[in-house]
Design a protein around this ligand. Sequence first.
Ligand code: SF4
Length: 308
Amino acid sequence: MALRMNTPQSLPRVLADPLSYRPGPHPARQEPHKLARRLRRQVGQAIADYAMIEEGDKVMVCLSGGKDSYTLLDLLMQLQKKAPVRFELVAVNLDQKQPGFPAHVLPDYLRAIGVPYQILEQDTYSVVTRVVPEGKTMCSLCSRLRRGALYAHAQEAGFTKIALGHHRDDLVNTFFLNLFHHAKIAGMPPKLLSDDGRHVVIRPLAYVRESDIQAYAQARNFPIIPCDLCGSQENLQRRQVQKMLDAWERESPGRVETIARALSDVRPEKLGDARLFDFLSLGARQDATRIDAGAWQSGDLPDDHDSV
Ligand code: SF4
C-alpha cells in the first residue's frame, strides 16, 4: 500500500487550481451559525457520553470525500481548539483507484485547512470488479476492503482512535437492516472495539441528523467527491429502509429522532434475550426442579415431578 503524508507547517494556504477547495463562509459568522453551534454541541455531547476522546489520543479521521467525513473533520478541528484534553487529529484518505477519482481534491483541501493528513493508495477497485459479478452491488466488499486497509494503517501508524463519519440516520438505518434482514436487535454503536480487539472506533456524529450535515456541508462549501464513480448502486436493502424511514418522517416528523433516542434506552428485562437478563432466576423457587425444554416438549417429566 502506498502512502503519501503531509503536515501543515510548510504548506501553501492559497490554491492555484480553480477546482480546488474554496472555503465557504464560516457558519459561525453567518446565518447557519446556529446550526454550527448545534452540531458542535451534539458532537461534544457524544464524545463525552461515550468517552470517545481522551488526553493524548491520536485520532485518525477517515476522510472519504463525502459530506459526512468532511463535516466530521471540520467539527473535530473546531472542538480541538477548545477541548478540555489535548489530542492529535490526522485526516486519512484511502485512494481506492476508482476510475475518475480526482486524486488532487483532498490533498488540496487538507493543505488549505492546515490539518496533518495521509493519503493511502490501494487498488481495491480492481479486486472488487474482479470478484463481484456484473450487475451486483459492490459496496459491501468495497467497504470491507477499505476498512481492512484503514485499520491496518491505524495499527502501523499508532493511532489510538479511528473516527468515522456515520451519523444518527446511519445508526437508525442499520438498526432496521439488522431487524428486518438478520433477525437481531443490533445497530451501529457510537463506540466500538473492533473484532480483533485492536482498534477503538468512534462515531462522533452519532447524534447528528443527516439533513443537518447536508446543510452544513453546503454552507461550508466542501469539495464533495461523489461515491458513485465506480457506477455501483448502494445496497438495495439499505435504500428500502431509508425510503421507509423517510416516509415515516414525512408522516410523523420527529419519529427518527425518537427511534435514535430509544437506541440508547434499552430495557433488557422488557425484551426476551435470556443472555442479557436472567429470566430463569426471575421468581424461581429454591425448592423447584428446573425442567428443560426437551422434557416440556415430550411431556416426559422427571420422576419427582408432581403430575396434575
Ligand atoms: S459506491 Fe463504489 S466506491 Fe462507493 S462504497 Fe460502493 S463500491 Fe465502493
